[in-house]
Ligand binder design. Structure first.
Ligand code: C2E
Ligand code: CA
Ligand code: CA
Ligand code: CA
Length: 278
């Protein structure tokens, strides 16, 4: 009836309004947070299944706003992207992660630092220079830096992005394709991508402990990716069943709550020099 239609529209408008107000509020609080520099990074280990040791830490941003409380990066990163704030924020993240990588590798360690890079950052023509300068300033070896990018970075300017990846790889920086399986994920274009690592999205890993198609998909992805000389990481590994299956699949590395949740820098140091498969 008419009244139901009207209520539905009213509900929808209220919802859109709340959503918009929330985004606007996050945006203005983000601007303040950037000025005050109150972000932190947490680090989550990626374990090499062959050696049982840490191959890398992934840097993940954390933000607790005085008024809004703790806000998830999956909520505020998209806001930062659309407001143009991801460029200065991303610069801070990269530098902070490189500094921390330098500290974590003070001994004989050779642990990579994996940093998430937004598509908006890659659109900046001086992105490669930014990476080179950050490495120089922090003294981190390029071989110890890995950049996590998603397929969305490739949509608008495939050629430009590819040549950026090539330039970065030439100096030793690694490129990792994040969230594989959620976007276009055409297996045929993988061979065109100059990448070192591929991360299978956690939505695939979630169902690995059941009897289902995800198993076959994962097995095929690993086999194909190995033929292309690309290393595989399974993300979102939460239990032993998933781990056992990933080992059967010949997966190279795992990341997830089974090993550790993302932790502050001090705790990351304590995770070093352990054998996780022993
Ligand atoms: P992502 O890059 O795919 O990161 C993986 C997310 O899964 C992280 O959420 C991590 O805490 C979570 N996770 C790790 N292990 C498990 C597990 O075993 N089970 C489950 N269910 N989740 C697990 P987080 O930290 O909330 O980040 C969410 C997203 O926000 C990231 O997804 C990434 O897209 C973005 N993000 C986070 N930090 C940064 C950053 O520094 N820069 C940029 N550009 N994006 C970031
Ligand atoms: Ca990531
Ligand atoms: Ca991911
Ligand atoms: Ca993601």
């Amino acid at each position: 009836s008419k009244s139901i239609g009207k209520n539905t529209i009213q509900f929808y408008q209220d919802f859109m309004r709340k959503d918009m107000l929330r985004r606007l509020s996050i945006e203005s609080h983000l601007r303040n947070a950037l000025k005050k520099n109150i972000f932190t990074l947490h680090y989550q280990p990626q374990i090499c299944l062959k050696t049982g040791t840490i191959r890398a830490f992934e840097a993940l941003i954390r933000w607790t706003d005085e008024e809004l409380g703790m806000i998830s990066p999956s909520e505020f990163i998209p806001v930062a992207e659309s407001a143009g704030l991801i460029v200065p924020l991303g610069e801070w993240i990269l530098k902070e992660a490189c500094k921390e990588a330098k500290r974590l590798n003070s001994g004989q360690n050779k642990i990579l630092m994996s940093v998430n890079i937004s598509a908006v950052q890659l659109k900046q023509l001086d992105f490669v220079d930014l990476v080179k300068n950050t490495l120089k300033e922090t003294g981190l070896k390029p071989e110890l830096l890995e950049l996590e990018v998603t397929e969305t970075t490739l949509i608008s300017s495939f050629e430009t992005t590819i040549s950026m990846f090539e330039e970065l790889r030439k100096i030793g920086v690694k490129i990792s394709l994040d969230d594989f399986g959620t976007g276009y994920s055409s297996l045929s274009y993988l061979k065109k991508l100059p990448i070192d690592t591929l991360k299978i999205d956690k939505s695939f890993i979630k169902d690995l402990d059941k009897e289902c198609i995800e198993k076959e998909i994962t097995e095929s992805i690993v086999a194909l990716v190995h033929k292309l000389n690309i290393e595989v990481i399974a993300e979102g590994v939460e239990n032993g069943k998933q781990l056992a299956y990933l080992m059967q699949c010949n997966c190279d590395n795992i990341q997830g709550f089974l090993i550790s949740k993302p932790v502050p820098a001090i705790s990351a140091k304590e995770l070093l020099n352990k054998n996780y498969m022993a």
